[in-house]
Design a protein around this ligand. Structure first.
Ligand code: SF4
Length: 314
C-alpha cells in the first residue's frame, strides 16, 4: 500500500503556542497549573500535559484562589476574564492570536453601530468565547438556511465575522447569502478562516485526487479535523476521522492501493506515525509526502513567560 502524507498537516502555530504556554507555566510555577477547558482539542496532548502536572477544569470555580489559570487556545468570554480577576487568579492566556483578532474586529464593528453576525458552530468553545467578547447581541448563523431566517431589516447596518476553523467553501456560501440578502453589510478584508485551516483544506483537496481512501488524524470534537474529513467525503472518497492507530479498521482498505493521511491542527505528528504503524501491521507500506506549502508562522508567547525566573526569598 502507498501512503501519501498531506503537506501541510497537523499542529498550527496557535496550538504550538498553547502547548508551550502550559509547558513553560509548569516549569516556572511547578505543578499544578490549572487549564480551563482542553487546551487544544486532542486527548493525547491533554493526557501528556496532565501527566506533567496540568489540571484541566471546565469552570474557574474549580481553581483555588490565587492559582495559575490558563485559558485555552479557543478563547474565553469577558465573564470568564472577570471571574478570574475576582478570584485573583494568575492568568496566562493561550487564546490563539488569530481568534483574538476576530474578537477585536467584532468589537470594532459593534462600536461602529453595526449588528454583528457570527458564522460558526453553536456550542463550540471558540464561538461561545467570541459571543462573550462582544458587547451587545451577536446573531449566530450556521448555514445558508439560517441567513434566510434572520429577522432583520434588509437595510440594517450589519457586519459579519467567522469562526477560524470552518470550511472555506461553506463560509463562502454563507457570506454570499448574507451579501445577497442585506444591503448594508461589511466583513473583514481578509477572511477570518485561519491560515492553518485554509492550508490544510487546500492540501486535502489536492491529496484527494491522488488517493483511494483518506484518513484524518484528529479528535471528534476538533472542528478543523471534521472539516478535513468532510472535504474528503465531498470529493467522493471514503474518509475516516481517527484519533490514533487503534481506531484504524482493515476493511476500510479492501481494494485500496493508495491511502492519504492528514492531521487536524491539534493532532500531534506522533499520532500520524501511530496511524502509519497501524497500516504497517496490515501489510507493507511505502510512505511519501505530497509537495505542498511550507508554513513558517510563529506566535509570540505571553510576556510573563518570557521574563527570566526570579529567585525566591527563602
Ligand atoms: S487552527 Fe488557526 S485559529 Fe485555531 S489555534 Fe490554530 S492557527 Fe489559531
Amino acid at each position: 500500500m502507498r501512503v501519501i502524507l498531506a503537506q501541510p498537516r497537523g499542529f498550527c502555530a496557535g496550538v504550538v503556542r498553547a502547548i508551550e504556554i502550559v509547558d513553560r507555566a509548569l516549569q516556572k510555577h511547578g505543578a499544578p497549573v490549572y487549564v480551563r477547558h482542553e487546551i487544544v482539542h486532542n486527548r493525547h496532548v491533554v493526557e501528556n500535559l496532565r501527566n506533567k502536572g496540568a489540571r484541566f477544569v471546565e469552570e474557574l470555580d474549580e481553581v483555588p484562589e490565587g492559582a495559575v489559570a490558563i485559558f485555552s487556545a479557543h478563547g474565553v468570554a469577558k465573564t470568564v476574564e472577570r471571574a478570574a480577576e475576582e478570584r485573583d487568579l494568575d492568568v496566562l492566556d493561550a487564546t490563539c492570536p488569530l481568534v483574538t483578532k476576530v474578537h477585536v474586529q467584532g468589537r470594532q464593528y459593534v462600536a461602529a453601530g453595526r449588528t454583528l453576525i457570527l458564522i460558526g458552530h453553536a456550542g463550540h468553545p471558540e464561538v461561545e468565547g467570541t459571543i462573550g467578547q462582544i458587547p451587545g447581541t451577536v446573531l449566530l448563523v450556521q448555514s445558508e438556511a439560517d441567513v434566510a431566517k434572520l429577522e432583520l431589516p434588509l437595510d440594517a447596518p450589519l457586519a459579519y465575522v467567522t469562526q477560524t476553523t470552518l470550511s472555506v467553501d461553506d463560509t463562502r456560501g454563507i457570506i454570499d447569502a448574507l451579501l445577497k440578502r442585506f444591503s448594508d453589510i461589511v466583513g473583514p478584508d481578509t477572511r477570518d478562516i485561519c491560515y492553518a485551516t485554509q492550508n490544510r483544506q487546500a492540501a486535502v483537496r489536492d491529496l484527494s485526487s491522488q488517493v483511494d481512501v483518506l484518513l484524518v488524524v484528529g479528535a471528534t470534537n476538533s472542528s478543523n479535523s471534521n472539516r478535513l474529513r468532510e472535504i474528503g467525503s465531498e470529493s467522493g472518497l471514503p474518509s475516516y476521522l481517527v484519533a490514533d492507530g487503534s481506531e484504524v479498521k482493515a476493511e476500510w482498505f479492501e481494494g485500496a492501493h493508495t491511502v492519504g493521511i492528514t492531521a487536524g491542527a491539534s493532532a500531534p505528528e506522533e499520532m500520524v506515525e501511530n496511524v502509519i504503524d497501524a497500516l504497517r501491521a496490515l501489510g507493507p507500506v511505502e510512505v511519501s509526502t505530497m509537495a505542498g506549502r511550507e508554513e513558517k508562522v510563529e506566535f509570540k508567547l505571553p510576556s510573563k513567560l518570557l521574563q527570566p525566573l526570579v529567585a525566591r526569598e527563602v
